[in-house]
Design a protein around this ligand. Sequence first.
Ligand code: EPU
Length: 423
Amino acid sequence: MDAYKLLITGGTPLVGETYVSGGKNTSVAVIPAALLSDEPCTLENLPDIEDVRVLAEILEGLGAKVHYDAVARRMTLDPRGVNTCRVPYKQSQRMRASYYLLGALLGRCGQAEVGYPGGCSIGARPVDQHLKAFRALGAEVEERGAIITAKGRMVGTAVFFDRITVGGTINAMLAAAKAEGTTVLYNVAREPHVVDLANFLNSMGCRVKGAGTDIIRITGAQHLHGSTYTVIPDQIETGTLMIAAAATRGDVVIRGCIPTHMEALTAKLLEMGVAVSDMDDAIRVRTVRGHRAVNVKTQEYPGFPTDLQQPMSALLTRASGDSVVIETIFESRFKHLTEMQRMGAHVRILDQTAIIEGVSELYGAPVTATDLRAGAALVIAGLMATGTTEIYEPGYIERGYEHIEEKLRSLGAKIWREPLEAR
Ligand code: EPU
């Protein structure tokens, strides 16, 4: 249980300028990818978040030399000291992206022993497609006692994913980067972080083509050299800030983002009546009239991202009319709406569909974050509500949002923490 709670007194429009940090889901892929190099790598623009710090510790445990300068957002990573390919269950459970160590260690050492991944409880989240790709590349894979063991020489091949998976795509790319010959991955994820990983691998001397389309070709290289690489901005943080600006009927410029990554959200906000304008590397969001209800169905990129469904559905609780939100990626991603019922939200949930009847007022209440984006959704709910909302288990939010409280405060939000004893 977290030692503090987050308090928000809502009702203040967010106004001003803020910036976006480096991408969480790209950082947690690029950091393990550096293990494939034969030389030190420098990664820039890594967000100062819990997931990055945990991954750095896990890599140190493997024998890599890691130095993370959280102020400069820079990590130097020398993988030459890696002396084990084993990540114990207790470590792997600390985050979802620990599964990338399977692909990265297979690529580096030809073997990996990694406990089942942890991370947000938003559905069953199997890894069968990851393992299928490793097997196709030549690994013998065993699952025993919540530990996955994979061993073998990676040889280029064709892999056809049965469903689109971000984690599976990235893990297969990691395992294939040093494989002998060419690997072709079909039906892959097209998310911006898949492209970012491909760019990083290419900067180390690998040949990855097609990232961003649904077929990726990887020609492995025996030796990958060091590289200095800057990760892309976080599109989910960008989207969360955009939604927060709309939710408070504010006027916010979000700098340092990539507007083309935001098109699915931008289209929905425009449909709601929110004014969104794109600049080169910034987006301005402001509310000029009431918000209309809209329907949202999550999809793989470039569709509406599941990671923004939770903040978006929080916003829709106060739109005028009924919205239907269909979550197609994860089975259990509406827990924030159940919490928001305590704040006056009118919601019916039927399996993976939420029917949201917009209300004119939400009121502050004690609520609990059950996962990262649920936490972000509850922050948005708190910013919209009359009175003070208390969010318990806010530590989830720190896993993925850099300095979110400071960023929101700089825009005028009344958000602060209190130790739990003060309850
Ligand atoms: N799936 C399978 N088998 C597999 C892999 C996935 O059935 O082998 C299913 C999953 O259960 C899910 C769907 O396929 O229903 C898509 O899962 P995907 O593999 O794309 O998701 P993930 O790799 O577990 C990453 C992000 C998530 C993000 C999803 C979708 C990381 C560390 N996590 O998860 O991020 O929601 O892709 O975009 O990159 C978050 O940031 O809050 C978060 C949960």
